[in-house]
Design a protein around this ligand. Sequence first.
Ligand SMILES: O=c1nc[nH]c2c1ncn2[C@H]1C[C@H](O)[C@@H](COP(=O)(O)OP(=O)(O)OP(=O)(O)O)O1
Ligand SMILES: [Mg+2]
Length: 187
Amino acid sequence: MTRKLVFITGNKNKLVEVQAILAKFDIEVEARALDIPEIQGTTLEVSADKCRRAAELVGGPCITEDTALAFHALGGLPGPYIKDFMKTIGHSGLNAMLTGFPTKGATAICTFAYSAGPGETPQLFVGETEGEIVPVRGPTHFGWDAVFQAAGTGQTFAEMDPVFKNTISHRFKALTKLVDFLKTLPE
Ligand SMILES: O=c1nc[nH]c2c1ncn2[C@H]1C[C@H](O)[C@@H](COP(=O)(O)OP(=O)(O)OP(=O)(O)O)O1
Ligand SMILES: [Mg+2]
């Protein structure tokens, strides 16, 4: 039976990837384009709080997702604050931040959260993909895709066939964990 999930996100590119990945698991995604306020804290704290607020807003079960980009040379920053960094300093700024540091290594971290409804503690599912920050290569329409070269591929996420990105990405890895969890719930 096809399962339906309500996904609260203001990001159309995320939605496209989530729908493509979950279609393979026979899960239909109903999107609500709400921009949920995000607190400061660890990626886990930000993710759990975002989902708690989303469940209150929609009044039922839902999923949310928070994406972080952790630079190894900077102790994991910008982490969950990558969106503000992108907006403020852009692709070249992300490269410039690492000038003089011995490693350009970065971890893309995706944290999905599932809440069974208002007042229900969100369950978290984390996926990570290793890579490094490189000068822009490929289309620039999705966040930092064009400056993140995934380890072992020689390609930035932006250069890749989207179908391939969806088999190695932080998002794919987190979603497989969410799918395993959903299988334990009644239909
Ligand atoms: O696979 C990705 N490849 C490249 N860039 C990405 C990816 N996934 C998220 N991103 C960007 C979007 C935003 O600049 C930041 C995460 O912030 P984040 O708060 O999780 O996303 P968002 O505010 O755009 O949407 P949402 O309404 O789901 O919170 O990293
Ligand atoms: Mg956000």
